[in-house]
Design a binder for this molecule. Sequence first.
Ligand code: SAM
Length: 225
Amino acid sequence: MAGEKINLEFITEYLHTLFPQKDGILQEMETYAAQYAIPIVHPEVRALLEFLCKIKKPIQILEIGTAIGYSAMVFAKQLPENGKVITIERDPAMTELALKNIQKAGLQSKIRVLEGEALEVLPCLQKHFDIVFIDAAKGYYHEFFDLILPLVSDEGIIISDNVLYKGMTATDALVKRRQKTIVGRMRQYLSLLCSSPYLTTSVLPVGDGVALSYYNKSGAADKRF
Ligand SMILES: C[S@@+](CC[C@H](N)C(=O)[O-])C[C@H]1O[C@@H](n2cnc3c(N)ncnc32)[C@H](O)[C@@H]1O
């Protein structure tokens, strides 16, 4: 097992032909990300985010992990006039690139980039979010989640990216020593998502693995039956 992709190469290649590159600034960002090895959402994950926005119709979206602003812009393009994406990024160089890209796309009124460590920024937020997208340091998803849960609207959706971590989450056979702690934490996080009485979670082997969790404050009662 190569430990690189969670799906067979030919399936991934085929899926990429189904989701063609975007136009304009998004396409430029895809090229830039490929050139400088900046991890942005895979095309099939981008399509999933767009799909979820169509059915959920969010107004407020929170993202952890902006990078160059690609997924924030994918979200922003799905929002109504009064919608907003708040996205958190700790790397100042990335924040600068994201702000430039957002300005170039004319999406300043829709996207607010908060520079800082998410674990410090999250406790300062007071809004409620219809969709929360977690796409940052994999070893801290559990900690992000604890801070995010009070910010999620009832019936909101938490999307966690890269949860299968190149297949390592599913089997020790792929785990190298230095990744052991992160993988152990990711497994605990997925167990939490799948066992919480407040969440209905599905884990999809799309991209590098995406967990979709539907939050229902009164869910504890439902799950007794
Ligand atoms: C995978 S990239 C995000 C890609 C972006 N969501 C997209 O698809 O266009 C992850 C980003 O999260 C940032 N990051 C990682 N851990 C973070 C943390 N604890 N707080 C804030 N940002 C973090 C990294 O600096 C990196 O730019």
